[in-house]
Design a protein around this ligand. Structure first.
Ligand code: ADP
Length: 249
């Protein structure tokens, strides 16, 4: 392990299944930590759906290599980043197995991260090869797990938590995403995926509960437009900043 990497905190963001908002959370946490003064970098290791280039609005950019190592792309929010989506055509990495996926992860992590002190790694959902490589080769300082409040998503999240636990990587805490939908017309709040399930699960698993992010159309629109909510300073930015502060403790 190089001296450079020793000082750098690696934090993995995982989920039991796809589509629960793991990438959205990772991007917004990175921006919130940057705003809080951290030198934060982001690795998008989700080979099944690398969405960070869309969220950061740098699709189509290609990182250059120097001394056989990749140079991260500077994003508009001051967060240097590398994504599987910058390395391969969308969909190409889907067929990757074990060593290929692990090697791709290494290329992203063993890059020229310079003075980055906190590296967030957006993992693929579930408990596959990339997660195992991440745990065995890089031993992150901790992992954040995101889930929607539904039972099925929670069961999968608990399984992902077990994987980290067995590898001796502490779970920093659980985040509930897509909780409470405020109708844009009448303001009435409904809970399409239930409510409070993640907090209850965190209690049961004796893990910290880090916070709740509402289901809000503006979060989806901002992510698609390259303007993640944490970059702003309205009410939607707050939960991300609060969670980032807890992750940074
Ligand atoms: P994952 O990384 O877990 O596959 P994503 O972060 O890509 O999930 O989110 C899946 C979709 O849901 C994206 O279109 C994203 O913009 C949207 N999304 C995520 N979180 C929210 C939220 N809290 N409110 C509204 N849309 C959301």
């Amino acid at each position: 392990m190089t001296a450079e990497r020793k000082q750098r905190r690696l934090i993995a963001i995982g989920s039991g299944k796809g589509g629960v908002g793991k990438s959205t959370l990772t991007a917004n946490l990175a921006i919130a930590l940057k705003k809080a003064g951290r030198a934060v970098g982001l690795v998008d290791a989700d080979i099944y759906g690398p969405s960070q280039p869309v969220i950061f609005g740098n699709q189509g950019e290609k990182p250059i290599a120097r001394d056989k190592k990749l140079v991260p792309i500077e994003s508009s929010f001051g967060v240097p980043m590398l994504s599987m989506g910058h390395l391969v055509e969308p969909g190409r990495a889907l067929a990757w197995r074990g060593p290929m996926a692990g090697n791709a992860l290494s290329q992203l992590i063993d890059a020229h991260w310079g003075d980055v002190d906190t590296l967030l790694v957006d993992l693929p959902p579930g408990t596959g090869d990339v997660q195992l490589t991440m745990l065995q080769r890089y031993k992150p300082m901790g992992a954040v797990l995101v889930s929607t409040p539904q039972d099925l998503a929670l069961i999968d999240a608990a399984r992902a938590g077990q994987l980290f636990d067995q590898a001796g990587v502490p779970v920093i805490g659980l985040v509930e995403n897509m909780a409470g939908y405020a109708c844009p017309h009448c303001g009435e709040v409904s809970d399409p995926f239930g409510k409070g399930g993640v907090e209850t699960a965190a209690e049961r698993l004796e893990l910290p509960f880090l916070g709740r992010i509402p289901l809000d159309l503006a979060i989806r629109q901002g992510s698609d437009r390259g303007t993640p909510p944490a970059a702003g300073d309205d009410a939607l930015a707050k939960p991300f900043h609060d969670i980032a502060a807890k992750v940074d403790e």
